[in-house]
Design a protein around this ligand. Sequence first.
Ligand code: 4GY
Length: 288
Amino acid sequence: MANGAAEAAPRGIRDEARLEADQAVMKIDIVTIFPEMVGAALAPGVIGRARQAGVLDIAVHDLRDFTTDRHRVVDDMPYGGGPGMVLKPEPLFAAVETIAAQRGRPDAVLLMSPAGRPLTQADARHFAQLRHFVVLCGRYEGIDERVRAHLATEEISIGDYVVSGGELPALVVVDAVGRLVPGVVGDEQSVEADSFTQGLLDFPHYTRPAEYRGHRVPEVLTSGHHEEIRAWRRREALRRTAERRPELLASAELDAGDRRFLNELKIGVSASAEATADTSAPPKKGSE
Ligand code: 4GY
């Protein structure tokens, strides 16, 4: 299924139910020179199931289909010289114009690039509100600047590292956004409970066996005391966030109890740091 547009799911019960709920099917178009790679990644899992069910209408387009020359060339040498090739503007403009004509004018055209704005969960929630967006995947040394300036509406990065093309970043965006569309993840509660929906890192998870290689599951989780379990998980999420990503606490929703716990943590840390501090000798190797 290189070109998902050719096999959009037939209109069915699901579509009627969604229309009734004033919830249109979300359309996503991805433009790439590796449609098989992108299509394969979007076939299994919750995203694949949502496509089959007609909840997500994701079409993958081969950029070469929008060339006009015999050899379907999508790249050319950089003006000004230098190594590598640059993605030509014409096929990308033609792709977006064809998509707009056939599937309606998109609400946004995303360009995946390390020079873009770093993607956040808030961005994913924002894009999940759109009815239709296009994602452009670059390759080679770069993309003609006129694509950024006059075709893309947003330039998005998935992080401060460079991958070989925009395909993997596009898949990250489509997955992060797609799973927020109502009906894609079966259990709405699991999306609500997600790390970052709360603005905190996730709490630790355990399943059977209760003891594995001598490591026991925290007793509270097997106690059946639901309120204690909830409180323990909240504290562990706060502890982890404070330890690993303290900057996230600034924008997390914290109640008085959360703040009290975090203050106790800090006092605990600095008090024990003071108690163990040996000002007369350099810290020993391996000492915390
Ligand atoms: N990081 N976030 C990223 C990337 C590589 C266009 C060819 C990233 O979003 N994209 O590393 N993309 C592409 C960029 C030219 C290489």
